[in-house]
Design a protein around this ligand. Structure first.
Ligand SMILES: *Cc1c(COP(=O)(O)O)cnc(C)c1O
Length: 398
């Protein structure tokens, strides 16, 4: 079957809530993917950082198959032999004390909002139903009603109200704006260390450190959404390490399973998660043995195979190569580790057409907003492979 057959099926039977490039993939290995016509592409998106470990990583796959043959789902009505080990290993890796496992990233965000509010009422003493959480302009935290309610992206919000109250929006990267927005009822500030979906927006150096100090001073929680920046993407296990801080609550997802399975988690450094009692929160699939086994191996290979260091070194190399392109279209190149954004000038005619041209040359990227191309390949990419991609990227952009 040719690709048009599959595209037609999607268009006929699927909701049109995405605008994908017209490439129909059926195989992946490491940084490479193949389409149904046998063409080979370098994946420079890595499923929005969910396949940091590379496609179909053999060790994660082995775990997935072996665990699937033993036990997949017990529900949390019973215990399983993978959950505790997963807790222990992710806590050790991220220097956390407690974990609450969920499935999608949005569920982790919803969970952290519930935990922070509960902490506000039980520990901080905020009057009932008055808790406020501060978030940033241009945030991306997922797609549920509550989350899109505090988005500033019109397309995400329009037509989905009424929304959940209790959120205040301030500008990103601005510590003064944070201080001004705080009231006695503020329980938390939730922020992405780097705004990925907004177009790889990097805050001023030291921002998170100052934010952390402000949160401590005002007895409120710092929540870092590291669903995209975490697990090696920026060249550290968590992006917070670049600022030498530890958030009170950290969200991870995406690469937590190496792309095999939806697994997310809320990690807590203080005992905030301790405010939740039996029955107050849960998920049928959250913490299931298949998810835990897959996640255990997914974080193990990140370390064993030096993927995080590789992200730092190769990220710097890719950033410098992209910065050297002489192009009339490029406004700015920015990034940390292997999370890189190339912003085009508005007159370039939009990032989409450049992504389509790169696809034709075998490099898969996706535009984010009108004018930004995100480069975020799996963390296993080599220098030679970057050179291979750069030859093609240069031809399209210059
Ligand atoms: C992808 C993402 C989410 C949402 O994760 P889903 O698994 O798509 O629900 C939340 N926050 C950030 C920063 C993300 O990149």
């Amino acid at each position: 079957m040719d690709r048009q057959y599959y595209i037609n099926l999607e268009n006929e039977f699927g909701a049109h809530n995405y605008n994908p490039l017209d490439v129909v993939l059926n195989r992946g290995e490491g940084i490479w993917v193949w389409d149904v016509e046998g063409n080979k592409y370098m994946d420079c998106l890595a499923a929005y950082s969910a396949v940091n470990q590379g496609h179909c990583h053999p060790e994660i796959m082995r775990t997935m198959i072996e665990q699937a043959q033993k036990l997949t789902l017990t529900s949390r009505a019973f215990r399983n032999d993978q959950l505790g080990l997963f807790y222990q290993e992710i806590c050790k890796l991220t220097n956390s004390h407690k974990v609450l496992p969920m499935n999608s990233g949005a569920e982790a965000v919803e969970t952290v909002i519930k935990a922070a509010r509960k902490w506000g009422y039980k520990i901080k003493g905020v009057p009932r139903d008055q808790a406020e959480i501060i978030v940033c302009e241009n945030n991306f935290h997922g797609r549920t009603i509550t989350i899109v309610g505090f988005s500033t992206n019109e397309i995400s919000r329009e037509g989905f109200g009424p929304f959940t109250p209790g959120f205040k929006i301030i500008s990103f990267g601005d510590v003064n704006a944070l201080e001004e927005a705080i009231t006695p009822n503020t329980v938390a500030f939730m922020v992405e260390p780097i705004q990925g979906e907004a177009g790889v927006i990097i805050p001023p150096a030291g921002y998170l450190k100052e934010v952390k100090a402000v949160c401590e001073k005002n007895n409120m929680l710092l929540i870092l959404d590291e669903i995209q920046t975490g697990l090696g993407r920026t060249g550290k296990i968590l992006a917070e390490e670049h600022d030498g801080i530890e958030a009170d609550l950290t969200l991870v997802g995406k690469a937590l399973s190496g792309g095999f399975y939806p697994v997310s988690a809320v990690l807590s450094n203080t005992e905030v998660l301790g405010v939740l009692r039996p029955g107050e929160h849960g998920s049928t699939f959250g913490g299931n043995p298949l998810a835990c086994a897959v996640a255990r191996t997914a974080i193990k290979v990140l370390i064993d195979e030096n993927m995080i260091e590789n992200a730092a070194v190769m990220g710097e190399y890719l950033l410098s190569r992209l910065s050297e392109i002489k192009s009339p279209y490029i406004k700015e190149v920015r990034g940390k580790g292997l999370l890189i954004g190339v912003e085009l000038i508005p007159e370039a005619g939009g990032a989409r057409q450049f992504c389509e041209k790169m696809m034709a040359r075998g490099v898969l990227c996706k535009e984010t907003h009108e004018n930004i191309i995100r480069f975020a390949p799996p963390l296993v990419i080599t220098k030679d492979e970057i050179d291979w991609a750069m030859e093609r990227i240069e031809k399209v952009l210059s």
